[in-house]
Structure formats: C-alpha cells, structure tokens
Design a protein around this ligand. Sequence first.
Ligand code: AMP
Length: 279
Amino acid sequence: MLVFAKIKSVKQKISSLKKGTSVGFVPTMGALHKGHLSLIKKAKKENDLVVVSIFVNPTQFDKKEDLVNYPKTIDNDLELLKSVSCDLVFMPSAEEIYSKNIKSEIFDFEGLEHQMEGKHRVGHFDGVGTIVKRLFEIVTPTKSYFGEKDFQQLQIIKKMVKKNNLPVEIIGCDIYRETDGLAMSSRNVRLTKEHRKAAPFIFKTLKEAKLKFGIENAVNVVQWVQNEFKKHPLLELEYFEIANEATLQTISTKELKQKYRGFIAVFAGNIRLIDNISL
Ligand code: AMP
C-alpha cells in the first residue's frame, strides 16, 4: 500500500499506474470503521486500483469545535486500509489542498443543498462540493463510492457530477450498522457510555416510522417521531423529515411511483448523529 501526502506525487503515481485501468475512489475523513471498509471492499471488487483519501476537510465544518474534536486515528486507519488491500492512500494537509485560502467554492445544487443538513449546517455542502471536486481532479477516478448514511451528500455529489459532466460514476452504498442498529459513524467513539446505549433508539424509531408510513400520512408520522423523542430522556431530536428521494423536498402527501425517505438528526449529548431510512 502506497501512502502519499503531496498532490503532485499522488497524481504522478496514479497516472503511471492508470493506463487502461479502472480506478475506484473512496473519499473519507479518517477515523475509519466497518462502514468505510464496506465502501472500500465494494470498490476493490469493481476496480483494478483503489484509492482512499483521508482528509478532515475544514470548509465543511460549520462549528470549529466539531472540526477540532473530530477523531483522528491515523495508525489504526492505515492498518485497516492494509487489511482490505487498499492500493493507494492520499492524506494531504489542509495547506496542500487549499494553500493559504481555506475557503469553499459556492455551488448551485438546484435546491438539494437547502434541505435538512444544508439548513442546519450552513455552508456544509459548499465545503463538501469543493473538496470532492478537488479530489476528483487529483485522483481522476472511474468510479467513486459514497455511503447512503449521508444520503443528501450522495445526491448532491451526483448532481455536481451531472451538472459539470465530470467523467466519474457515483456509486451509492448501503448504510452499515452496528448489531444493535446504530449507523456506524466516526463520531460514535465520542459518545458517553450512556448515550451509546441510548443511540439505537434512533434506528428503532426510524423502522417504526417506516411501518407507520405504510398506513398514515407523512404529517402524522413526523409528529409521532417528534413525540417519541420528546419522551426520551437522553436524545434530543434536531429534525425528522420525510422527503422525496430525488428532490429531497419535504412532503405532506404521498404520490404513487415516488420514492420517499425519512431523514433524522439527533443530539446525543453534544454529539450529533444522523441516519435515514427508505420508506
Ligand atoms: P466520512 O469519513 O464520515 O466523511 O465518510 C466517508 C464515506 O463513508 C462517506 O461516503 C460516508 O457516507 C460513508 N460512510 C460513513 N459511515 C457509513 C456507514 N455507516 N455506512 C455506509 N457508509 C458510510
């Protein structure tokens, strides 16, 4: 496994290896877990060469303390990447990516960016768009893999690729969960014991909401979820929304042949957890 920190050297290496080769790319912010590894394993199956980036992107954090406290486990990350036969790791510094200008480009994702995470984390998706576009320029992947855990992000990246005609195929990957249902996340290690124990309530509630959505209208289901969290002593609901998968617009009535998803953000103490479920 080769590890690079400099843009020039990683570009050189990829172009020397690339000839006629498919490149699968998995961008991450490190603190890797089995969810990340499931993306990398899929990329390994579908490509000749797999590149993983580890970069905690400053421009996508709206809160400085979240950026500062983001878990960093680089030695363990490299071990895990070796264990799944990752070919190439790119782990640049912020300066390498942004020089002295740590700023986002401004994007128009045709409204996808104004919903849910975009409403609650101002500037987040401009930061995501900026780094992913930059990494695509550097890595020139054939396919790039994103988790449905961040479903809004996945849709936004697909939109960016389509709008700009970028020569990469975006592959969405299933949410990987702990056995108790909690969606794996780098942030889970920061949960207190009590909050970790409480957190599976999120997915349990999503599953119940899915059942209710079969027989009730969206407004009632949203209200039901809000009430469930009001009763919970440890978890604080930030939002639960039912939205159209393609437009991410919140709905009040169901239409035939449309796909819907429930999206949730919850505070467990000061750790913010997100999840979603296909309805
Ligand atoms: P992150 O390091 O959190 O930026 O995540 C890097 C990639 O891994 C993103 O495409 C995430 O959606 C994906 N990912 C993170 N957690 C999971 C999970 N539990 N299941 C599937 N994909 C995930």
